[in-house]
Design a protein around this ligand. Structure first.
Ligand code: NAD
Ligand code: ZN
Length: 381
């Protein structure tokens, strides 16, 4: 059934970032109809991930304003553009910041989720098809963010960046699977792949890191060492199977040395979920020689450089990195949602706050203060 708004410009509320680091302003925006291979989605719930905050602060990232942020969300298809055959109005979807065209060498490879056409691009603020924005205010374009821009009641997304999910899945819960939770979980299960009984260090105990810890627990790790500078995180982390804690501030030697001492030479696996370059280096250097594997997940400062002595690599440590936990958004994300539906995966414990859309700026404060994990923003409130 075609919706009555199909083919027309929709006027709706969006939270516009006019300037770096300044509170978002709820504005009435015009959202153009979807063009070829695009889908217009009514966003029902969105949450905030640290990646939104980095690009909004634009301290270590390229500034691009005015812009509509947001990439962790759930919604319903309003209308589809030409050539879209696998989604129709009414379908429930999760937008993903990185896509899957299903046609390129990466999409055809079992090993990669780095789609040639739709892989994450943080500096592009327009649609791939025609290089234009679909958002405007009085005719003046507003930029997109990572192809999703979910801080808007309606947004236009390439079909390759939308996972069609079980319509029975509650969008106010599973929206957190569209970025952070799947990213952390997949970083451990698909990339670090710890063996049963092994030790895993997780750097950064926000939602992404705790999802990585959850992955370690599911994989049967016997020791899960959580590392964070914020002591508030440690209480929460116990619910996620973290067995030991290290606050680098409590030690006068590098945290990798502390961990090596705790584990007789190093952990079997580590997963870095901070975005801090020093934590990335520590996460690599704290894995055991001979077999240790470190996985980087945090989004670094644009000028960051990773420095370590080559001997650390020669000694048979492996460094890896991943976007979206190596999940292919369209192929794999619906199955992650099914894991939640089958009660194999809990997402409620990641949700610590809820806000109406009109109070979205409070969610930024929570994240900047390190309060809680995920804040669900209800677009209709
Ligand atoms: P968050 O802010 O909720 O959590 C980050 C945690 O790291 C905080 O608890 C903070 O105290 C801690 N931390 C910061 N610096 C540290 C250091 N030097 N040592 C130890 N702990 C430190 O953020 P989040 O939403 O969980 O995201 C975590 C990271 O993952 C961010 O960098 C985000 O951009 C990135 N991310 C990457 C992907 C991907 O696909 N690769 C996807 C989503 C998020
Ligand atoms: Zn994210």
């Amino acid at each position: 059934m075609a919706s009555s708004t199909a083919g027309q410009v929709i006027r709706c509320r969006a939270a516009v970032a006019w300037e770096a680091g300044k509170p978002l302003v709820i504005e009435e925006v015009e959202v153009a109809p979807p063009q070829a291979m695009e889908v217009r989605v009514k966003i029902l719930y969105t949450s905030l991930c640290h990646t939104d905050v980095y690009f909004w602060e634009a301290k270590g990232q390229t500034p691009l304003f005015p812009r509509i942020f947001g990439h962790e969300a759930g919604g319903v298809v309003e209308s589809v553009g030409e050539g879209v055959s696998d989604l129709k109005p009414g379908d429930h979807v999760l937008p993903v910041f990185t896509g899957e065209c299903k046609d390129c060498a990466h999409c055809k490879s079992e090993e990669s989720n780095m789609c040639d056409l739709l892989r994450i691009n943080v500096d592009r603020g327009v649609m791939i098809g025609d290089g234009q924005s679909r958002f405007s205010i009085n005719g003046k374009p507003i930029y997109h963010f990572v192809g999703t821009s979910t801080f808007s009641e309606y947004t236009v997304i390439h079909v390759g960046c939308l996972a069609k999910i079980n319509p029975l899945a509650p969008l106010d819960k599973v929206c957190v699977l569209s970025c952070g939770i799947s990213t952390g979980l997949g970083a451990t299960l698909n990339v670090a792949k710890p063996k049963k009984g092994s030790s895993v260090a997780v750097f950064g105990l926000g939602a992404v890191g705790l999802a990585a810890a959850e992955g370690a627990r599911i994989a049967g790790a016997s020791r899960i060492i959580g590392v964070d500078l914020n002591p508030k995180r440690f209480e929460e982390a116990k619910k996620f199977g973290v067995t030991e804690f290290v606050n680098p501030k409590d030690h006068d030697k590098p945290v990798q040395e502390v961990i090596a001492e705790m584990t007789d030479g190093g952990v079997d696996r580590s997963v870095e979920c901070t975005g801090n370059i020093n934590a990335m280096i520590s996460a690599f250097e704290c894995v055991h020689d001979g077999w240790g594997v470190a996985v980087l997940v945090g989004v670094p400062h644009k000028d960051a450089e990773f420095k370590t002595h080559p001997m650390n690599v020669l000694n048979e440590r492996t460094l890896k990195g991943t976007f979206f936990g190596n999940y292919k958004p369209r192929t794999d994300l619906p199955n992650v949602v099914e894991k939640y539906m089958n009660k194999e995966l809990e997402v409620e414990k990641f949700i610590t706050h809820q806000l109406p859309f009109s109070e979205i700026n409070k969610a930024f404060e929570y994240m900047l203060n390190g309060d809680g994990l995920r804040c669900i923003i209800n677009m209709e409130a």
